[in-house]
Design a protein around this ligand. Structure first.
Ligand code: XIL
Length: 416
């Protein structure tokens, strides 16, 4: 090859590289505001949660019998707020990090069928589903039957027969509208009574549904299964994470359902926690008893509320404590092969439900109000990457700790 050929080749190559450099660094046509605040959220460092979760080593045997691990997916998810669709930065982080979304409000009965029986508006709910599909995410539907966020037209004055037909019609309409586009349904939400019901009382919460239709939980699951034979059907509730009187009531209800052949696939532990955390060994034992019934466990609404300072701030100590709670909950789930997902109730503190639900509390989620990842996010990430052995979460725990935690936990949560 002559010097002249080499020279002109070098020039063409330089020209080509320059062309490449110019097109790749050319500013896009988005507005300044978008490129400053929206297009480039402060992305977390390290591997994405959804990437780690696709093939994660899970412990297959507990109680010290073996420490075998099995690569199985663990789904990591968030509840998506209605404002989600106006906020590209929030969407960018969500699509990058998570593989499941739960519409936080838009699939509830009130929002779906607000004005009159039979007149459904799926517009807002459909947007979440389209977003999930566009980003290879799954949808966790929330919720078919609940006693809150009901439409005004649904009055207790309706006869039991009418309420029964409303309940079935609602489940059929919503489940069939989505078909396999919604993989998991919280079929019934918060069905269990909060306080121990003495004497002849029922373990069930008294609601518009339970008062009119004593077997409404079974009915809801049969109807959902008929409408979609392949969806995963869950019973979801709060304060049932540990072995306690409420989770005992849930266990008894669900064990009866399994015995009667009611098509239930799993339970959802909401996981709305405070800074005193949980007894993780008790949580592991609780999960195990549900797993022994052949059911899966989903952590559906995890958040850890913190007591805010006068200026709405939190201390590094609080934020570390919160991170430890997120890490421990992840560990319990990772040690239990029947635990299929960990989903937080929202992604960013900007839209968390906590400040309006529990005034004076907040900062409950893994991303702050500016979408920066908090220690809680990195705790989830590192828990998924670490080496575990069976019974890690029970090591060093005994019942006297349960007692002390339950004694001081409530008081401590006001201060931390
Ligand atoms: C909450 C939403 O986060 C709020 O935006 C709404 O105002 C009320 O409902 N348990 C549940 C969720 O199952 O549906 C609730 O969601 C939070 C508690």
């Amino acid at each position: 090859m002559s010097f002249r050929q080499i020279y002109s080749f070098a020039w063409s190559l330089t020209g080509f590289l320059w062309f490449l450099f110019t097109i790749t660094t050319m500013p896009s046509s988005t507005s300044a505001q978008e490129s400053d605040n929206i297009d480039v959220p402060p992305l977390p460092t390290g591997p994405r949660l959804r990437t780690i979760g696709t093939n994660i080593p899970r412990i297959v045997s507990r109680n010290g019998a073996a420490s075998l691990t099995l690569a199985e997916p663990l789904a990591i998810g968030i509840a998506t707020h209605t404002n989600f669709h106006q906020e590209p930065a929030y969407q960018t982080v969500a699509a990058r990090e998570y593989d499941v979304i739960t519409p936080e409000n838009d699939m509830k009965m009130g929002p779906l069928v607000p004005n009159q029986r039979g007149s459904y508006d799926f517009t807002a709910a459909d947007e979440h589903v389209r977003f999930a599909e566009a980003h290879g995410m799954q949808v966790h539907g929330h919720t078919l039957v609940w006693h809150q966020q009901l439409p005004d037209w649904l009055q207790p004055s309706l006869s039991p027969a009418e309420l029964r037909s409303v309940l079935q019609e609602h489940i059929r309409t919503v489940v069939s509208h989505y078909g396999d586009r919604v993989a998991v349904w919280d079929v019934v939400n918060e069905a269990i009574a909060d306080s121990p019901v003495l004497f002849f009382g029922s373990p069930m919460r008294s609601t518009i549904w339970s008062r009119a239709i004593p077997d409404y939980v079974d009915l809801a699951f049969f109807t959902a299964r008929e409408a979609n034979p392949s969806a995963i059907l869950l019973l979801n509730d709060y304060s049932v994470e540990e072995v306690n009187s409420k989770s005992n009531r849930m266990y008894n209800l669900v064990a009866g359902m399994v015995r009667r052949g009611v098509p239930i696939d799993g339970v959802g532990f909401q996981g709305h926690l405070r800074a005193n955390g949980l007894n993780y060994c008790s949580m592991a034992n609780n999960m195990q008893r549900f797993a022994d019934l052949g059911l899966d466990i989903y952590i559906t609404e995890l958040d850890v509320r913190l007591s805010l300072g006068r200026n709405g701030d939190i201390s590094p100590f609080q934020s570390q404590r919160q991170a430890d709670i997120y890490r421990n909950v992840m560990r319990v789930c990772l040690e239990q092969p029947a635990c299929k997902s960990v989903q937080t109730w929202g992604m960013t503190d900007l839209h968390s439900w906590i400040p309006s639900f529990a005034p004076g509390f907040g900062s409950a989620l893994p991303f702050d109000e500016n979408l920066a990842a908090k220690p809680a996010y990195y705790a989830m990430q590192s828990a998924m990457l670490e080496q575990r052995t069976p019974d890690d979460v029970c090591a060093g725990q005994d019942d006297s700790m349960n007692f002390l935690e339950s004694l001081f936990g409530g008081i401590a949560s006001f201060f931390f």
